[in-house]
Write a protein of this length. Structure first.
Length: 169
């Protein structure tokens, strides 16, 4: 893992989050919060968790110790959710842009929201967050399909292909 890979990974993460949120625009406000009995009850709650996980890790990387993730009720509608997701995506991209040689190997000592301490190299945490978000975007895809909405691909290869096409344009 090197800095360029991390920066590309977080550009991809923001791209994929944006695509998923765009697909959610096809569902009604009622369906956005409808309990579908998944890992998290609704589209809203799944996206709130995705946001919360990205936010809590970013807070940790800045030396803060959050004790809880935001609740789904903090995301009353898709517009609020999209705005908050865009903000955390920008903050993550800014954070990885600020990293310098050697930072990825730095071992960070942090605490879980339950207060349990642990220590790991930053590069492992960075990979985990992006991977975690991919997992929950997959859940959003399933929820969209259950609601009869069209899901979108967030495959990494699609991101690379779109980037290559933009570079040629």
């Amino acid at each position: 893992m090197n800095l360029e890979d991390v920066r590309t990974l977080y550009d991809y993460n923001a791209w994929a989050n944006h695509r998923v949120l765009g697909a959610c625009a096809a569902v009604s406000p009622g369906d956005f919060t409808r309990d579908l009995a998944s890992s998290f009850p609704s589209l809203r709650d799944t996206l709130a968790h995705l946001y919360g996980a990205e936010w809590v890790w970013l807070e940790r990387w800045h030396g803060r110790t959050p004790t809880a993730l935001p609740s789904g009720v903090d995301f009353p509608d898709l517009e609020t959710t999209a705005r908050r997701m865009a903000e955390v995506d920008r903050n993550l991209i800014d954070y990885v842009a600020s990293l310098r040689a050697g930072d990825l190997e730095r071992v960070l000592e942090i605490k879980t929201t339950a207060g349990v301490p642990f220590a790991q190299p930053l590069w492992q945490m960075l990979q985990h967050v992006a991977n975690h978000s991919t997992y929950h975007r997959g859940q959003v895809t399933t929820l969209l399909r259950q609601l009869g909405a069209k899901a979108v691909s967030t495959d990494l290869i699609g991101f690379y292909r779109e980037r290559a096409a933009q570079a040629k344009a």
